[in-house]
Design a protein around this ligand. Structure first.
Ligand SMILES: Nc1ncnc2c1ncn2[C@@H]1O[C@H](COP(=O)(O)OP(=O)(O)OP(=O)(O)O)[C@@H](O)[C@H]1O
Length: 215
């Protein structure tokens, strides 16, 4: 894995609007910290994750990583240049690309040579128990397989921060524990700030260093 230089993820009094509704978050996550973001359906957890990723606009406040502002009054860094690995709730894979190409994509975007990117992507798929699915088009994968590919894609991209939106929800009970353990180990190895949206107290216990609950 990476040896990527990381820094603190700062969400400074950030406000996002979804329809009639506004949600606010003020949070600092240090390198190696995993914050579980919990709260009822519709509280705005995914929207806040989207704001950190650059997919949902901020009404006010600021998002910064390693001291550099990603979103605020004077700056907006587009999602692909943030160095943030996101596992979205809808897995959003490129359906026409293979599982391997989906995982390699983030590495290629960072300038990693094609062969090295494919080798690294293959290792990640292997770790996630998907070696035999590597050459399958993403639109032929099951929901749980897609979720594992999305996890591999986010972790493989040498991220400076990791955002996980209910990343184990589609996994069947037989693989869920293994994948959780793997993600926990990968986050320790990466040593970057991580924000995990979950409804599962077992996940909070197993993965998080701290819990922040939205009302
Ligand atoms: N693209 C959108 N445009 C307008 N409103 C939206 C949009 N996406 C979500 N919302 C609304 O914003 C609110 C927050 O949704 P969000 O998905 O962030 O909540 P959540 O806490 O992640 O919920 P869950 O636990 O059900 O995943 C909801 O009321 C939702 O209907």
């Amino acid at each position: 894995m990476s040896g990527q230089v990381s820094g603190t993820l700062e969400v400074r009094d950030a406000v996002v609007r979804r329809g009639e509704f506004e949600v606010r978050l003020d949070l600092r996550i240090g390198p190696g910290e995993v914050v579980a973001l919990t709260g009822p359906n519709g509280a705005g957890k995914s929207s806040l994750l989207g704001a950190v990723a650059g997919l949902v606009p901020l009404v006010s406040g600021e998002v910064a990583l390693g001291g550099a502002v990603l979103d605020g009054e004077a700056a907006f860094v587009p999602p692909e240049r943030r160095g943030v690995g996101l596992v979205p709730q809808q897995h959003l894979l490129f359906g026409h690309l293979t599982a391997l190409e989906n995982v390699a994509y983030g590495l290629r975007a960072r300038g990693v040579h094609r062969r090295e990117a494919r080798a690294e992507a293959g290792e990640w798929l292997d770790r996630l128990g998907l070696a035999d699915r590597a050459q399958l088009r993403a639109d032929r994968l099951s929901g749980g397989q897609s979720q594992r590919v999305a996890i591999a894609r986010a972790l493989a991209s040498r991220p400076r921060a990791v955002l996980l939106d209910e990343p184990f929800a589609a996994l069947d009970i037989r693989v869920r524990d293994d994948v959780r353990r793997l993600v926990r180990d990968a986050l320790v190895e990466l040593g970057v700030p991580a924000l995990l949206v979950t409804h599962d107290p077992a996940e909070v216990d197993q993965l998080a260093t701290r819990e922040v609950r939205l009302a």
